[in-house]
Ligand binder design. Structure first.
Ligand SMILES: C[S@@+](CC[C@H](N)C(=O)[O-])C[C@H]1O[C@@H](n2cnc3c(N)ncnc32)[C@H](O)[C@@H]1O
Length: 293
C-alpha cells in the first residue's frame, strides 16, 4: 500500500469533514448534550478564565470553541481553526444564535498555524490531533503560539476495546469485506489512543506538567437504528470504509451493526461506554537556559 503524502492526508480530511457537515448540524443537539462533560473537562484542563485569548484546533462545528467563548467572556476571545469550511459554517451559525461576538472561525491547518509566537493564553482541541499527518510538527506549532505558562488541553479517543460505539462498526465491516490491516502510525481515530502517545510528543516539544488521563463516560441512543443512522451521517472515517461496500454488503453490515448494538441495551436505551484520553501540558515560563520563554 502506498503511503499518502501529508498534502494528500490534509486534502482527504478537508473533503471528508466537509461531506459530513450537514450530518453534524442535524445531530448537533444530540452530541452537544451527550458530550457536554467532555467539553467542560477541556475548559477546565486548559484553565480558562475570563479575559483569556484561546485557540481551538480542529473546531469543527464549534467544540469546545463555543463553550470557551462563553467562559472567557466579552473581554476575551476565541479563534477556532479547521480545514473544513462547511463544518465552520455550522459553528458560525451556532455562535450567532448564541449571540457570541468574541469567537471567530477560520480555515487553516493545525500543523502550520498562521499566528505570531506567543499569541494565545491557552489552546484546546477535541478529537482532532489524531487526524494530523505530522503530530510532532503540530505540537511544535502549539508550543510556539502559546504564551509562556499557557496550557494546552486536548481530547483524543482511547483504545477501540473501550469504545464499542466506534469499534462495532469497524468489526462489522471487516466481517463483510477484507480490509488492509490498519497502519498504527497513519492518521486515524485511534492514532493517539494509547497512554503516553500524545503525552510523549508534548514532552519532546518541551512542554511541562504533562498529564495523561483516561476518562470514562457513556452516551446513549433511543434505539440501535438511531445509532446506525447517526454513525453513517457523522463518522467520516466509517463512511470512507462503507463507501467500499456493494448494496448487498451494505445491508449485511447494517444488520450486523444493529445486532451488535443490541448488546448494549439498558432499559429503553442503547448505552455505550466511551473512553477518552485527556492530555494537558503547559509551556514553561522560562526556556532551558533560564531566560524568559
Ligand atoms: C471529529 S471532528 C471534531 C470536531 C470538534 N472539535 C468536535 O469535537 O466536535 C475532527 C475535526 O478536525 C478537523 N481537522 C482534521 N485535520 C485537521 C488539520 N490538519 N487542521 C485543522 N483541522 C483539522 C476536521 O476538519 C474536523 O472538523
Amino acid at each position: 500500500m502506498t503511503q499518502q503524502t501529508p498534502e494528500q492526508i490534509i486534502a482527504g480530511q478537508r473533503q471528508d469533514w466537509n461531506r459530513v457537515a450537514g450530518g453534524w448540524e442535524k445531530w448537533d443537539r444530540f452530541f452537544d448534550e451527550q458530550m457536554a462533560c467532555l467539553t467542560h473537562r477541556l475548559v477546565a484542563d486548559a484553565r480558562l478564565r475570563r479575559g483569556m485569548r484561546v485557540l481551538d484546533l480542529g473546531s469543527g462545528t464549534g467544540y469546545p470553541a463555543l463553550l470557551a467563548a462563553q467562559t472567557v467572556g466579552p473581554n476575551g476571545g476565541v479563534t477556532g481553526i479547521d480545514l473544513a469550511e462547511q463544518m465552520l459554517d455550522v459553528a458560525r451559525r451556532k455562535a450567532s444564535s448564541l449571540a457570541l461576538t468574541n469567537v471567530t472561525f477560520q480555515t487553516g491547518d493545525a500543523t502550520s498555524l498562521p499566528f505570531e509566537t506567543g499569541s494565545f493564553d491557552a489552546i484546546t482541541s477535541r478529537f482532532c490531533l489524531m487526524f494530523l499527518p505530522d503530530i510532532p510538527k503540530a505540537v511544535a506549532e502549539i508550543a510556539r503560539v502559546l504564551k509562556p505558562g499557557g496550557w494546552l488541553a486536548a481530547a483524543v479517543w482511547s483504545t477501540p476495546d473501550k469504545n464499542p460505539s466506534i469499534r462495532l462498526s469497524m468489526e462489522a465491516i471487516k466481517q463483510v469485506v477484507e480490509l488492509p490491516p490498519p497502519d498504527p502510525t497513519a492518521p486515524g481515530i485511534f492514532r493517539l489512543a494509547k497512554p503516553g502517545d500524545l503525552a510523549g510528543i508534548l514532552h519532546e516539544a518541551g512542554l511541562i506538567d504533562v498529564a495523561d488521563q483516561e476518562f470514562h463516560a457513556e452516551w446513549s441512543y433511543a434505539s440501535p437504528e438511531e445509532y446506525y443512522v447517526s454513525l453513517t451521517e457523522i463518522a467520516a472515517p466509517i463512511q470512507n470504509l462503507m463507501a467500499k461496500l456493494s448494496a448487498d454488503q451494505m445491508r449485511d453490515v447494517k444488520h450486523r451493526i444493529i445486532q451488535a448494538a443490541t448488546q448494549y441495551q439498558r432499559g429503553d436505551r442503547i448505552a455505550f461506554p466511551i473512553a477518552v484520553r485527556f492530555v494537558a501540558a503547559r509551556k514553561p515560563l522560562r526556556d532551558h537556559c533560564g531566560t524568559e520563554a
